[in-house]
Write a protein that binds this ligand. Structure first.
Ligand SMILES: Nc1nc2c(c(=O)[nH]1)N[C@H]1C(S)=C(S)[C@@H](COP(=O)(O)OP(=O)(O)OC[C@H]3O[C@@H](n4cnc5c(=O)[nH]c(N)nc54)[C@H](O)[C@@H]3O)O[C@H]1N2
Ligand SMILES: Nc1nc2c(c(=O)[nH]1)N[C@H]1C(S)=C(S)[C@@H](COP(=O)(O)OP(=O)(O)OC[C@H]3O[C@@H](n4cnc5c(=O)[nH]c(N)nc54)[C@H](O)[C@@H]3O)O[C@H]1N2
Ligand code: SF4
Ligand SMILES: [Mo]
Length: 722
């Protein structure tokens, strides 16, 4: 724990993505000698990806902030924590006094979920702001999963996870785990796990507009036009009923709404839709049969079917396909986890199961989901003048200007603020607008427990990571910063001086309590063995503890009334009518001169927008290109590598063409998270490899009307030579 010059070996979990790989770090003093996969981690068994090595780059990064800074006319100046907190408190309170509480908004980015302190201490800080203008990366990501889970299973966190290690058939929509390392499916070493399906005689089928690395590994890859998945899945559900393939097993006795679903899909015969979807009717029927007749099967979908105009429908349909074929909560199907820190149970007891429509956004009347508004509307809330307009923003570990739709509009909106504070480690595209930045300690300087990802993992395991490097003096952790902000915002309100878990305990103490009261603890409901697990056991087992394969938990774990699955929530069935309208709209876009459809992509050496300051991750061939099919390149007269202008309804970017037949005709792809060339950014390496931002093209008005999630997939674009 302390700095010394002896050689030592440290074990922890990499917290950069969802895979939770165990790593072994050899250090001398505060110098990292090597970072390798931890062979003794019972879950990841030695797997890592190139990003793990970059943990040391974040630790050593000279651009990383360690002390609070204030933006002045002469640039950034370092200030004391005391001054920084005083200024934040005074300004946020003054703005709320002048314009009302909702004039302060907050955006939470993705690393909060990968950060023990933020995940625990974020909520009480958010509450202390008493604002309805709460946003997060959830609505550019997995919101449709929560939406479907809330309406079908009664709890937004009851997310079915593919039992990848036992399944015989994996049908994957819009996911590329070979680059992303898996999402809402924590499965370190996912490539091996997929190959193991094939080795035991099973099959992997991928549906994607691009032949990704995952699609290449699959037994079968079907190209699909962007945003046609809901139609395909409706046709599959139609086929299940049409060919008598419905076989729900034990689920039948506690599922409501099967007949309603059958009539809701009656118009969706594969034969009528094949041309629109781009997949032959007999193929749709065959895949459906293969799925239904497999010994076990799981349908899984991720970003490609979440961040599209029918994200909500897609995730309802995915659950529906699993349920109708008896593949929910059964071995080799989609299963629920039973994590040592049982967030479903804890949040059920605190009645945080989810919510919908308790308030609407000011400008376009979008409903909240679980206390948040869709981030796609942040721009209009910032820029539309009038009562209730946002005047101040708080961002915590987020970079919405690169990560959410219509980045140029947001850039303008953030520049327009009267005050902004960011809890962040960098001066990047978003935080450069802040008046004050409060930088936390991060990565190797923090203790870690994956509250979220153990709950989304394909196996029940538990692991605690100790601090590796003592942070420099006069630094603060995320949770200390968030707690201080909360206490200051509560001063002078009726909550002042209130005491709860988050004013009294540290993160590790909270984890200890949660584990003791959890399913494997001695004071929980069902002690597994005499003593039960506590934090000390985790500290004594730095590689982690295996708690076994996923087990069936239904109907007990359902949070719906009467513990019944709701297969046909009215709000979701009503959304089906929108599918037909969409087909007309896409024809209109074509007629308006946008002849191509834009999708995104991920690369193993990127991590959203914030890891491009690691030289070892960005060097080499330029990855920020627009991929295009050879036929489209030819009809446009483009050569490989040629710089072109990509234009959408909201913006344009200049970018080189990469010609490849791995992408469908009519579809083009640009990765997100680039565009570090905005003035004022202080990321010296990233600026050298700036690229352009995909989200300068994505449209804030294009969203999944049902859930409010951004629709990144299939943005109509036109491409011209420069
Ligand atoms: N077009 C398009 N857009 C997308 C996507 C896409 O596929 N296509 N993907 C979307 C998805 S899935 C996501 S999750 C979002 C991500 O969207 P965001 O979360 O808004 O963006 P990130 O790039 O993850 O930014 C993370 C920020 O956290 C900071 N940070 C890193 N570690 C810490 C820490 O320990 N503490 C604190 N306080 N700050 C830290 C970084 O400096 C950075 O500013 O992007 C979305 N945007
Ligand atoms: N290396 C790396 N790893 C990451 C991240 C990263 O930025 N870099 N980000 C992390 C985060 S925050 C997340 S949320 C996860 C995301 O994890 P994944 O969802 O596995 O990652 P993506 O690469 O976005 O996969 C989406 C796939 O959907 C396809 N697609 C696009 N549009 C459509 C469509 O309309 N229909 C269908 N069927 N497919 C479509 C795309 O071609 C792409 O292959 O990855 C995490 N891991
Ligand atoms: S796959 Fe994810 S968790 Fe594993 S080493 Fe790479 S970034 Fe870290
Ligand atoms: Mo994400």
């Amino acid at each position: 724990m302390t700095k010394n010059s002896s050689l030592r070996t440290h074990y922890r979990t990499c917290n950069l993505c969802e895979a939770m790989c165990g790593i072994e770090i050899k250090v001398r003093g505060d110098e990292v000698l090597s970072i390798r996969g931890d062979e003794n981690d019972p879950f990841s068994q030695g797997h890592i990806c190139p990003k793990a090595t970059a943990l040391q780059d974040i630790y050593n990064d000279p651009d990383r902030l360690k002390h609070p800074v204030r933006r002045t006319e002469n640039g950034w100046e370092e200030i004391s924590w005391q001054t920084a907190f005083n200024e934040v408190e005074t300004n946020l309170k003054a703005i709320q006094a002048k314009y009302g509480n909702h004039a302060v908004g907050i955006y939470l980015g993705n690393p909060n979920v990968h950060n023990l302190g933020s995940i625990l201490f974020g909520s009480s800080f958010i509450r202390s702001l008493r604002t309805k203008n709460r946003f997060s990366a959830t609505s550019v990501d997995q919101l449709p999963h929560h939406f479907a889970a809330y309406f079908m299973f009664g709890h937004q966190l009851l997310l079915p996870i593919p039992d990848i290690d036992r399944t015989h058939f994996m049908l994957m929509f819009g996911a590329n785990p070979l680059q992303s390392n898996g999402s809402l499916m924590t499965a370190p070493g996912v490539e091996k796990r997929l190959k193991a399906i094939q080795a035991r005689g099973g099959k992997v089928v991928v549906i994607d507009p691009r032949q990704t690395r995952t699609a290449k590994l699959a037994d079968q890859h079907l190209f699909i036009k962007p945003s046609m998945d809901a139609l395909l899945m409706l046709a599959m559900v139609y086929t299940l009923f049409d060919e008598n393939l419905v076989n729900m097993g034990k689920l039948e006795s506690f599922t409501d709404g099967v007949a309603q679903v059958q009539s809701a899909v009656a118009d969706f015969a594969p034969e009528d839709l094949a041309e629109t979807i781009g997949i032959e009717a007999e193929m749709i029927r065959q895949v459906t049969r293969d799925f239904a007749q497999a010994e076990s099967a799981v349908c899984y979908g991720r970003m490609g079917v979440s961040t599209q105009e029918f994200g909500g429908l897609c995730h309802w349909l995915i659950n529906t396909i699993n349920i109708l074929t008896g593949n929910l909560d059964s071995l080799g199907g989609a299963m629920f986890t039973l994590p040592a820190v049982d967030i479903v149970d804890i949040t059920t007891k605190t009645r945080q199961v989810g919510s919908y429509g308790r308030w609407q956004s000011r400008v376009s009347g979008r409903p909240e989901f679980s206390g948040e508004l869709p981030v796609s509307i942040l721009g209009e809330e910032l820029l539309t003048e009038g009562d209730g307009q946002l005047r101040a923003m708080v961002t915590v570990a987020g970079n919405p200007i690169l990560s959410t739709p219509n980045g140029q509009q947001l850039d303008e909106g953030f520049a327009n603020l009267e005050f902004m504070v960011a809890v962040d480690i960098y001066i990047n595209e978003t935080t450069r607008h802040a008046n004050i930045i409060l930088p936390p300690t991060t990565g190797l300087e923090t203790e870690h427990y994956d509250i979220s990802f153990h709950a989304l993992a394909v196996r029940n395991t538990t692991k605690f990571s100790e601090i590796l490097f003592e942070p420099e003096s006069d630094t603060m952790t995320d949770w200390e910063i968030l707690r201080e902000l909360r206490l200051r915002m509560e001063k002078g309100t009726k909550r002042e001086g209130s005491r709860d878990y988050f004013t009294r305990f540290s993160p590790s103490r909270l984890i200890d309590l949660a584990i003791r009261y959890g399913p494997y603890g001695n004071r929980g409901m069902k002690p597994v063995s005499g003593e039960g697990i506590k934090l000390k056991d985790l500290r004594d087992n730095p590689h982690g503890i295996d708690l076994g394969a996923l087990v069936p938990v239904l109907p007990q774990r359902l949070v719906t009334q009467g513990k019944r699955i709701q297969l046909a929530p009215e709000i979701i069935l009503n959304d089906i009518s929108r599918v037909h309208q969409h087909l007309q709209d896409s024809q209109m876009a074509q007629a308006n001169g946008y002849d191509l459809q834009l999708i995104g992509r991920r690369h193993i050496r990127s991590n959203n927008s914030w890891m491009h300051n690691s030289e070892r991750l960005v060097r080499g061939k330029n990855r920020c290109t627009v991929m295009m099919h050879p036929d489209d390149a030819e009809s446009h007269g483009f050569a490989d590598g040629q710089a072109v202008c990509v234009r959408s309804q909201v913006g344009q970017v200049e970018i080189p063409v990469e010609i490849t037949d791995t992408i469908m005709r009519g579809v083009v792809s640009i990765p997100h998270g680039w565009g570090h060339n905005r003035t004022g950014v202080k990321l010296s390496v990233a600026q050298e490899y700036a690229g352009v931002s995909l989200n300068d093209l994505t449209d804030d008005k294009r969203l999944d009307v049902l859930t409010g999630n951004a629709a990144f997939s299939g943005v109509p674009v036109a491409i011209e030579a420069l």
